[in-house]
Write a protein that binds this ligand. Structure first.
Ligand SMILES: Cc1ncc(COP(=O)(O)O)c(C=O)c1O
Length: 375
């Protein structure tokens, strides 16, 4: 069956990226972050590819994602951290899914679910060491520690980990990094002093995994880099770290037509042809995750030649002025792929849309067919 838009997902590259990162950190284990449908790459196949590369741990943001992994028989240690307080906790505990604790309320709900089930929940305390987002502040830490102690003594939980997240890891010289590391060490010490036996301490996202060895502790927790995308310009291109892009996005031309100079193209005629030319219609739009903000800017490669989107990106389609290019209906337009093969990159699309590469890949929508390669 022909697909309108296809994301080729090179699972071999994903596995290799994980192997490369494990070699780089040289000692600590790796937790592959597969939240948000594995950053748009497909949850279960990506998780399995990461495991083949040696990821001992997997992590998701949402309970549903973690449950989906278990329902698909994905084994091994698995953490979920952005927990709503609801009745899925029992299912998670039953399925050996570790849970992040970010407040007294979440601890109480997890402990209650564990008690009802008659099985201890494995929990990781999430500390806000300076991001100013999720997690327990340092001033609330003593309260949390006594509550954790009580629930552990009651047989409802085991505290197995402590975690935190950086505000500025993609700016490796930023002064908050040192402060966050030192706050993290204070939190680890407080838990150890309270006699918790921590299996894992984890702080390093992608940028920290690539550039900040002081943050490794005994587990690193990268997302973006396992998919071969760079966490930011200051860290450098992913290729500099031998990481390869996993996703390549393409769609076939479904119509080519000759038009005269001065033809207005797509909604509101934001593009006019400069001379007699040919227009190619590509069946990919913002409903597929192609950013409308990249209208008139997004790069597209057809038969080895680079163009940009002509006019507005619509819900399901956009147009490219291909001039005198020799092309046929059915030829692929490559939106992004491997820049090492001279294809446009995810970063090019992020620049065109005024956003970051993370947003481009995670928004590739459910209508887009994932074509798994090298699995
Ligand atoms: C708590 C936490 N840890 C790790 C990650 C992975 O970050 P990155 O994709 O930059 O490696 C994220 C992603 O947003 C996160 O929220």
């Amino acid at each position: 069956m022909a697909h309108h838009v296809t994301a080729d997902i090179d699972l071999g590259n994903l596995t290799q990226n994980v192997e490369t990162l494990i070699k780089k950190v040289n000692g600590p284990a790796l937790m592959a972050v597969v939240k948000a449908n594995a950053y748009g790459h497909g949850l279960v196949p990506s998780a399995l590819a990461a495991k083949r590369g040696g990821a001992e741990w997997l992590a998701t943001a949402l309970l549903d994602e973690a449950i989906e992994l278990r329902n698909n028989k994905v084994p091994g240690r698995l953490l979920v951290w952005l927990n709503t307080i609801d009745d899925q906790f029992s299912e998670c505990i039953d399925k050996d899914i570790d849970l992040g604790v970010n407040s007294l309320e979440s601890l109480t709900a997890i402990a209650q679910a564990a008690k009802n089930l008659g099985k201890r929940a494995r929990v990781h305390l999430k500390v806000d060491t300076g991001l100013g987002r999720n997690g327990v502040t340092l001033s609330d830490l003593p309260n949390l520690i006594s509550a954790l102690k009580q629930e552990q003594n009651n047989g409802n939980i085991n505290v197995v980990g402590v975690m935190s997240h950086f505000a500025y890891a993609d700016e490796p010289t930023n002064s908050t990094i040192g402060e966050q590391i030192s706050n993290f060490k204070i939190s680890v010490d407080a838990l150890v002093d309270a006699n918790f036996e921590l299996e894992v301490k984890h702080l390093s996202n992608s940028a920290a995994t690539l550039g900040l060895p002081d943050t490794y502790f005994n587990l690193v927790r990268p997302g973006a880099v396992i998919y071969g995308i760079s966490p930011g310009p200051e860290v450098g291109p992913a290729a500099d770290f031998d990481l390869r892009p996993v996703m390549r996005l393409r769609a076939p031309i479904i119509l080519i037509k000759d038009v005269p100079a001065g033809t207005g193209v797509s909604y509101a005629h934001q593009y006019h042809t400069k001379s007699e030319t040919r227009l190619a219609l590509i069946p990919a739009g913002y409903a597929d995750g192609i950013p409308r903000a990249a209208s008139n800017k997004g790069p597209v490669q057809i038969n080895g030649k680079n163009f940009t989107v002509s006019g507005r990106v619509c819900m399901d389609q956009f147009v490219v002025d291909i001039g005198d290019l020799s092309a046929n209906v059915g030829d692929d337009a490559v939106l992004f792929g491997d820049p090492a093969n001279n294809e446009p990159s995810v970063n090019d699309w992020a620049d065109a849309a005024g956003t970051i590469n993370y947003e481009i890949v995670t928004r590739i929508g459910p209508r887009v067919h994932r074509n798994y390669l090298n699995g």
